[in-house]
Write a protein that binds this ligand. Structure first.
Ligand code: MEV
Length: 440
């Protein structure tokens, strides 16, 4: 049986899931201890105190497994860290349908990041551009000299581009921005490209006859894109109430809605980021950077657009395509410093950054498919509500087996409000008090 299909995994207790994982993956006692203690339990207060400032504690979120994922003919179980009910189940469900069409196919650009150096007070922007580009070789060598260990690992400077932001005129001095393109290999790269920008800023300003301004990476990482495609056969889309054709056409119409309306595109992309962020967070990567890049890319031509679109593909199958920047690393940073994130990397089979990026984008496309499929057919609330009922039951004070029992009653009533859950809990408490009084 392939590793990413674990039928009835959701029916197991958490302890049974650990046993199942241990049997399938090469997990040792330390790994199991991390899972048992809770992912955040694996991060000591001491380690946390060394990561950020003013630490008073650590913060926990659920970590679950996205199942059924197959990307470029390789199976993955995907750790997902997210507080929203139904995200993991929905992504796993969509991944199963995609698997029926052969899985996701993905490709990634080389890991090129952009460092920006702003130059202000430029007397003649045309001359400055020529001066800078004429020293391309010298400047690239200076960039490489600032990051010797990255160069040893095969990365380093790959190009220099100059953009005029304000052309010099009688009324206003010119402003340029120089883009330094740096291949970051398997690192996320922020620190390295910032170092590069700072190390050559003065020389760039000198060549331009101006002053250096900001020196920082751009989160609009449009040189580090990933692309994912999936084809879903009609039989995998069919439900009890809807034919495969009906679901496919509903998803295509939902895609067109997002393509035509930025209000809808924002929500469409939020559904994609449900999956993307959950994996970015689980792997200890910078989800704010990925978010910033995604939305800037979605608006790159001046209008906010969906990151994924859906069409009728070959043989009438549903075809989904997603393209977005993906700035994640698998070496250095939190991915190494956080014991839980290290275990997540192990569960993923220690992917490189490009492989991880393609997997993350596939989870995003799966999340998008599951949302559009539900929205285009019976609506999102039914599935959502049965899962939401569990957290409402817990908020009303249920624990252990009562969570499931109260949640089931709420779902059957079709009323998943806290007041209703509190009333159900009061009934259970009264019954157990009465039994206790009767000495049972
Ligand atoms: C909810 O977290 C995400 C959705 O709103 C996405 C969508 O509307 O496509 C369901």
């Amino acid at each position: 049986m392939s590793v990413s299909r674990i039928p009835r995994f959701y029916k197991l207790s958490v302890e049974e899931r650990h046993v199942e994982l241990r049997g399938r993956l090469d997990l040792d006692d330390d790994d199991l201890r991390i899972l048992e203690s809770g992912w955040h339990g694996s991060l000591s207060i001491d380690a946390a105190n060394n990561m950020v400032e003013n630490v008073i504690s650590t913060h926990a979120l659920p970590l679950g497994l996205g199942l059924n994922f197959r990307v470029n003919d390789r199976d993955y179980i995907v750790p997902m860290c997210v507080e929203e009910p139904s995200v993991i189940a929905a992504a796993s469900n969509a991944a199963k349908s995609v698997r029926d069409g052969g899985g996701f196919t993905a490709d990634a650009d080389p890991p090129i990041m952009i460092a920006q150096v702003q130059i202000v007070g430029v007397p003649d922007t045309n001359v400055a551009c020529v001066e800078i580009l004429a020293r391309r070789a010298e400047l690239m060598a200076a960039c490489d000299a600032a990051i010797p260990s990255l160069v040893r690992r095969g990365g380093g400077a790959r190009g220099i581009e100059v953009r005029t932001l304000v052309a010099s005129s009688e009324h206003e001095p010119g402003m340029l921005v120089v883009h330094l393109l740096v291949d970051c290999q398997d690192a996320m790269g922020a620190n390295m490209v910032n170092t590069v920008a700072e190390s050559v800023a003065r020389r760039l300003a000198e060549l331009a006859g101006g002053e250096p301004g900001l020196r920082i990476l751009s989160n609009l990482a449009d040189r580090r894109l990933v692309r994912v495609r999936c084809l879903v056969p009609l039989h995998a889309l069919e439900t009890k109430n809807f034919s495969g054709e009906r679901v496919r056409d509903g998803v295509v119409a939902a895609s067109r809605f997002a393509e035509l309306d930025p209000y809808r595109a924002a929500t469409h992309n939020k559904g994609i980021m449900n999956g993307v962020d959950a994996v970015v967070l689980a792997t200890g990567n910078d989800w704010r950077g990925v978010e910033a890049g995604a939305h800037a890319y979605a608006a790159r031509d001046g209008r906010y657009r969906p990151l994924a679109i859906w069409r009728v593909g070959p043989g009438g199958m549903l075809q989904g395509d997603l393209e977005m920047p993906m700035v994640v690393g698998t070496v250095g940073g939190t991915t190494r410093a956080h014991p839980g994130a290290r275990l997540v990397m192990k569960l993923l089979g220690h992917p490189g950054a490009a492989e991880l990026g393609m997997l993350i984008a596939s989870v995003g496309l799966a999340s998008n498919l599951s949302a559009l499929r539900a929205l285009a057919c019976e609506g999102i609330q039914r599935g959502h509500m049965s899962l939401h009922a569990r957290s409402v039951a817990m908020n009303a004070g249920a624990s252990g087996a009562l969570v499931e029992q109260v949640a089931r009653e709420l779902s059957e009533l079709g009323d998943v409000r806290l007041e209703r859950a509190v009333a159900i809990m009061a009934r259970y408490t009264a019954t157990s008090d009465a039994l206790a009084d009767a000495g049972e």
